[in-house]
Design a protein around this ligand. Structure first.
Ligand SMILES: *Cc1c(COP(=O)(O)O)cnc(C)c1O
Length: 412
């Protein structure tokens, strides 16, 4: 008789977004004329940069000609893309990252989950609370946790609470943890990390032989020149950090699919016999075996992000979403709400008024002004009492939603 991976039974069945959909559907069925505006989902709304589309169109033509046709590409990605990434995203910022250390993939979501393949079963794992749910659920699936309690916290994980009290930057743990997930600029809180703060983590990781998984999916939203875009801007990070990057949020590739992971060749972890093993070799082996590379056409599209036109078009997209975020921040603050994030990030993290729970505030916004956001408690127990508003939307929708909130909603 076949048996299953029982760890899947520990998962809290994808509660957040289905529950949002259920409540929105119930509301729209009862109120068919309501014009609901959704500022809940973390997906981009604006079309792909022209430079990327033109590069992909040309790549399709390449595929139609025997001379330029491409079959299987390198599992790690084409060298021309890896070199552009190494130059523009790292070397230009003074980070010592080579093209060989960059692995092209079809998404950071997959990579942040797949990376667990090359790590042992007995690591102590730390996540922030609230957190991007993928980090937690992939550890549950891999059997790295116990069961969840009624708050949704899994046994065996170390939760590092983040809130307004610690400016949404987790305290460095007093205990020893082996694997640490950090995401800056942060989803869901929109918080950023200074170099000094990341240095504390790097020093901690070097002292304890820990590995930091640094998710920089929102790096392009950083406009403050003092903030680091990569963890490799911090001295010592090449010996303790893996970085995840994606074209999803900078160039709008959420439906196109291209990302990359940086595994420095200087990074090692312990084998059972106590020896140090290069993680680059393991990840290279893992990708070569379980992955067959990203489409040639898509990699050409990603390459165009680094062309002068591509860079200008990406900047325009980012500026557009950041202006949305500014409008959201200012209007909600004017309405008397405490707002966080949304400056170097596309998410605004709002403290719910009057001590309302995240879900009660969700219902209040839905029912009184027909605006949908994301309850903070869906990202972890410590997200209770907060609410995420996404800047990924049309200007029209953002302005209309904020107008409704400021003119109609009675707060406080
Ligand atoms: C959107 C997002 C990503 C990117 O995921 P892709 O699979 O590359 O689209 C990664 N991390 C976080 C926290 C995100 O919100």
């Amino acid at each position: 008789m076949a048996s299953i991976n029982d760890n899947y039974l520990k998962l809290k069945a994808g509660y957040l977004f289905p529950e949002i959909a259920r409540r929105v559907n119930a509301f729209t069925s009862a109120n068919p004329n309501a014009q609901v505006i959704k500022l809940g989902i973390g997906d981009v709304t604006e079309p792909l940069p022209l430079a990327c589309r033109q590069a992909m169109a040309k790549a399709i033509d390449d595929m139609g000609d025997r001379q330029t046709f491409k079959g299987y590409g390198p599992e790690q990605g084409y060298a021309w893309l890896r070199e552009k990434i190494a130059q523009h995203d790292f070397q230009a910022r003074g980070c010592e990252v080579s093209a060989e250390e960059i692995f092209i993939s079809d998404g950071s979501k997959c990579d942040t989950g797949n990376i667990l393949d090359i790590f042992g079963k007995n690591n102590t794992i730390a996540v922030t609370d609230p957190v991007y749910p993928v980090y937690v659920d992939t550890n549950v699936m891999a059997g790295h946790t116990g069961d969840a309690n009624e708050k949704g916290e899994y046994g065996g994980l170390v939760y590092l609470p983040i809130s307004a009290e610690n400016e949404f930057t987790a305290a460095i743990p007093s205990q020893k943890v082996d694997l640490i997930y950090l995401c800056f600029p942060n989803n869901p809180t929109g918080a950023t990390a200074t170099k000094a703060y990341l240095k504390e983590w790097v020093d901690y990781a070097l002292a304890h032989g820990s590995i930091i998984f640094f998710d920089a999916a929102y790096e392009a939203f950083i406009t403050d020149p003092t903030l680091p875009h990569s963890i490799y801007e911090i001295e010592g990070a090449r010996n303790c950090a893996i970085e995840f990057r994606s074209f999803s949020k900078n160039a709008g590739f959420t439906g196109t699919r291209c990302a990359f992971t940086v595994v420095p060749k200087t990074l090692t972890a312990k084998a059972a016999d106590g020896s140090d093993v290069e993680l680059w070799k393991l990840w290279n082996r893992r990708q070569s075996t379980k992955f067959n590379g990203v489409s040639y056409i898509i990699q050409r599209g990603a390459e165009a992000v680094y062309s002068p036109k591509g860079q200008a078009q990406v900047q325009e997209l980012i500026a557009f979403y950041l202006e949305n975020a500014r409008i959201i921040r200012e209007k909600l603050a004017a309405a008397g709400l405490m707002v966080y994030g949304g400056v170097n990030a596309p998410y605004v993290w709002v403290k719910t008024p009057d001590g309302l729970s995240s879900w009660d505030f969700f219902d209040k916004l839905l029912h009184t002004v027909n605006v949908v956001g994301t309850p903070g408690s869906g990202f972890g127990a410590a997200g209770e009492g907060y609410f995420r508003i996404s800047a990924f939307n049309s200007r029209e929708n953002v302005e209309e939603a904020m107008e409704r909130i400021t003119s109609t909603l009675k707060l406080g």
